[in-house]
Every structure is written in structure tokens, then in C-alpha cells.
Design a protein around this ligand. Structure first.
Ligand SMILES: [Zn+2]
Length: 233
């Protein structure tokens, strides 16, 4: 797999993804690569994993059964990873799909976290996490769409630090799994509360940072001065 800042091959096809769309600039993850297609395999997987996890979560709540909740979490986590990978592998990444995925993450994560409280008596760590994940991280994760990028996964094209703290794969996996793993495997819940609070502070810092970045106007492409110049040097 080519490095993300590598220049496009000389014979790269830079024609528009569809008639009427802008010509592509060759920067991986630039908004000009969006095929603007709603119905694709990635979005279908997003719908299936969202509904599947919700059904498993509801079953867990009704039957008061933690194995069903574990299945709900696994469906959410595995499905959330799968939809993004399918989109990348098939060249089906769209800005709509990025937003759709983020919103579906919230409903799966919130519902699972609330049912988790039936089995783990940890209201404060979960409350801090939910506030962080919905009130701070949701607007933060939608903000990159103000820039012409395919998704927050390419925000390193705009701001490396905000990307590393929030949308690098390690940061994303940590934010969705850390609290649950701490609550299940660490008896002292103050550890989970401290961890949730640290993440909240990082998210608030990131939100303020991204809000202060300059947004380019009227361009379908990410700024070439940074990535493009480096790639062509
Ligand atoms: Zn472009």
C-alpha cells in the first residue's frame, strides 16, 4: 500500500469520479475522490451492524443477559471496523458515509453503555464517557467535514495533532473500547472514572483546537501547499 503522502503515479486516473464532479487532484483522502454514491456495500454494512447491535442490545436488556450484550458490543465493534475497511478497499468512501457512520456509532455506543449499567454498577464513569462521546466528540468528529476531506480519517491532511489525538486508528479504538474493558476487568472503578475524565479533557482540547483552524473557502480540494508540495518535492 502506497504511503499516504506519496505522489500519484504518473499514469494515475485523475478524471472526475462521475460526470459533473470536479477533476481529482491525486491527494489520497481529498474530498474530490468522493463518488457521491449513497447505496454501496459499506453503507449497507453500517445499517446491518447498527440494527443488529440494537437488536442484540434489546435482547440483553429484556433477558438481563450479559452474553447478549457482549454480542451487541462485538457486532458494533467488528461492524464499525468492517464498514470503514470495505469503503477503503472498494474505493467507496463518501463524505455522506463518513457522517452516517459517526451517527450510527453513537446510537450503538450509547445503547450498549446504558445496558452495561445493568451489569456493572458504575454510573459516574459511564456518565462522563457518555457526555464526552456525545456532547463533545460528536460535534468534534463532524467538524472535519467543513474541510474538503473524505472523512475525519484524512484530517492529517489538515492538522496532524488533532488527527493523531482523535482519528488515528489507535485513538479511535481506545475511545470506543477502553472504558468498557476497564469497567469489566478492573475492580476499582475510580480507574475508569480517571480514564474517562482524561479522555474528556483531550476531547475538549481537540474541539477548541479544531474550531480555531482556518477553513478554506470554495475549493473541492485539500490545501496543496502542505501535502501536495511535500508529495511533489
Ligand atoms: Zn482533491
Amino acid at each position: 500500500m502506497a504511503h499516504q503522502t506519496a505522489p500519484p503515479p504518473v499514469d494515475a486516473d485523475l478524471s472526475p469520479r462521475r460526470p459533473g464532479l470536479p477533476a481529482r487532484c491525486g491527494v489520497r483522502g481529498c474530498g474530490c475522490e468522493d463518488p457521491r454514491q449513497l447505496l454501496n456495500a459499506a453503507n449497507v454494512v453500517t445499517v446491518i451492524r447498527t440494527l443488529g447491535s440494537l437488536a442484540l442490545m434489546a435482547t440483553a436488556a429484556v433477558q438481563h443477559s450479559w452474553p447478549w450484550l457482549l454480542a451487541a458490543y462485538l457486532t458494533y465493534w467488528v461492524g464499525d471496523s468492517a464498514d470503514g475497511n470495505i469503503a477503503r478497499w472498494r474505493g467507496q468512501e463518501t463524505r455522506f458515509g463518513a457522517v452516517f457512520d459517526v451517527v450510527c456509532d453513537r446510537i450503538n455506543c450509547i445503547s450498549c453503555a446504558l445496558v452495561l449499567l445493568m451489569f456493572v454498577d458504575a454510573p459516574w464513569p459511564v456518565a462522563v464517557f457518555l457526555f464526552q462521546f456525545v456532547v463533545v466528540d460528536l460535534p468534534l468528529t463532524l467538524l472535519p467535514m467543513r474541510w474538503p476531506v473524505l472523512s475525519p480519517n484524512y484530517f492529517h491532511l489538515i492538522d496532524r495533532q488533532a488527527y493523531t489525538l482523535n482519528w488515528h486508528v489507535v485513538a479511535k479504538v481506545t475511545n470506543t473500547t477502553l472504558l468498557v474493558l476497564l469497567l469489566v476487568f478492573v475492580p476499582d472503578q475510580r480507574i475508569a472514572l480517571v480514564a474517562a475524565s482524561i479522555v474528556l479533557v483531550i476531547k475538549i482540547y481537540s474541539l477548541v483546537r479544531v474550531l480555531r483552524l482556518t477553513v478554506p473557502k470554495d475549493t473541492p480540494h485539500v490545501p496543496q501547499a502542505v501535502e501536495g508540495a511535500a508529495a511533489r518535492a
